[in-house]
Design a protein around this ligand. Structure first.
Ligand code: NAP
Ligand code: ZN
Length: 369
């Protein structure tokens, strides 16, 4: 058994301020990578710039990262960082800016390559990355993955390089300003990471221990998530802290195992239908558990999450996420695509043939047209 998780993580209120010296010590000029609005609204961007100013480290800001960032966008941000002579990258935001930061850090370190290097298996380093998450879903602050949109393949795919952030600063107060649907989708993303990591051919006692702990913690936030979906937004600091902890631990778990079918299946409906990542993966969770022949493990997982049955989990997911509609033709096309996704199939602990995959798509969505 082995376990590797080299990111130094601080998870506490005010951690950017408290550990600003360590953040600033990562290099001599920072490229801050963030989205268009939210990091200003929740204060995370100003916490980071204050920390850099206080430690006399100059910075430049690329604030154009979109949801599901593309290869082309990461290349453009890296060009800006190189021009500015930045020698470390600070990602602030949800999984999109954090993932983009890792890809950008790779190109800054290796200016002789273009974006095609993302999907080439060449051993390359990146300049240091720090991650400041403002959603509690992807756990990207604790994973080596960077998922980019590939327009050439009309899907999303993790780059071939493993880039762990050197430093993660997780302050759950940044979650407070997130819209309820963002909190719901991202919480379900973290839940999917835990379930796909536990039911995974790469799972070990170490990774299952993380899943066990975080799923028990998830059971303490699920009622509040349901309440939020009924219009009663939470203001309980403990709720936000738990969401962040679940997400970061889930990131550690998938760093070890990778994800499996729900993530592979989700990429089609995110790319072609714009369904947010967490909602897209959550759509397929029920069937991932239902098809699993290891009933003891599935019962254990349901129990520690606080669900009495897969049906109850399904109702929870429908309530907090809503539904996704596909046509029969789309189901067929995406089934073909998934049957070609050897990496995600290899992580699944049971055999999946064409018919099962087709049914997993078909039975998880509303069929339209
Ligand atoms: P996201 O795409 O980063 O952000 C979604 C939306 O939420 C954006 O509009 C963003 O606004 C907003 N937002 C973020 N934080 C907010 C806050 N605190 N308050 C208000 N609004 C906020 O969402 P995500 O679900 O966290 O990340 C999804 C991406 O991560 C996908 O590309 C997915 O494939 C990837 N992912 C990566 C891993 C990994 O291991 N690396 C794992 C799973 C998923 P702004 O644009 O204004 O910031
Ligand atoms: Zn995910």
């Amino acid at each position: 058994m082995q376990f590797y998780m080299p990111t130094k993580i601080y998870s506490e209120n005010n951690c950017v301020k408290n550990h600003g010296k360590e953040l600033a010590a990562l290099g001599t000029k920072a490229l801050i990578v963030t989205g268009k609005h939210s990091s200003r609204a929740n204060g995370s961007l100003y916490d980071v710039t204050d920390a850099l100013d206080n430690n006399h480290i100059p910075y430049c800001i690329f604030d154009e990262i979109e949801e599901n960032p593309s290869v082309e966008l990461a290349v453009r941000a890296a060009d800006f960082g190189k021009q500015e002579q930045a020698d470390f990258v600070i990602g602030i935001g949800g999984g999109s800016p954090l993932d983009a930061s890792k890809a950008i850090a790779l190109l800054i370190k290796n200016p002789e390559y273009d974006g095609s290097v993302f999907y080439q298996k060449i051993p390359l380093d990146a300049v240091p990355v720090a991650a400041v998450p403002t959603t509690a879903g992807t756990g990207s602050e604790a994973t080596p993955y960077a998922i980019l949109t590939r327009h050439d393949k009309q899907t999303k795919q993790s780059i071939a390089h493993k880039i762990f952030p050197k430093l993660a600063l997780a302050d759950s107060r940044y979650l407070i300003s997130a819209p309820v649907f963002v909190r719901a989708n991202t919480a379900v993303d973290a839940l999917s990471h835990l379930l796909e990591s536990y039911l995974n051919n790469n799972a070990s006692d170490y990774s299952r221990m993380l899943c066990d702990y975080a799923l028990r913690l998830f059971s303490s936030v699920k009622d509040a998530l349901l309440e939020e979906s009924r219009g009663n937004a939470s203001s309980d600091p403990e709720f936000f802290e738990h969401l962040m902890t679940v997400s970061t631990i889930a990131g550690m778990a998938i760093s070890h195992t990778g994800t499996s079918l729900p993530h592979g299946m989700s990429y089609f409906i995110t790319y072609h239908h714009g369904v947010p990542h967490g909602k897209a993966v959550g759509t397929f969770l029920e069937k991932y558990l239902e098809n699993c022949p290891d009933h003891d493990s599935v019962s254990h997982l349901l129990k520690i999450m606080g669900f009495s049955s897969i049906r109850e989990l399904k109702e929870f997911l429908r309530q907090v996420l809503g539904e996704v509609s596909l046509t029969e033709n789309e189901v067929r096309t995406y089934t073909d695509g998934m049957m070609a996704n050897k990496a995600k199939l290899a992580n699944c602990p049971y055999d999946v043939d064409y018919e099962m995959m087709y049914r997993m798509f078909y039975d998880s969505v509303k069929i339209s047209g």
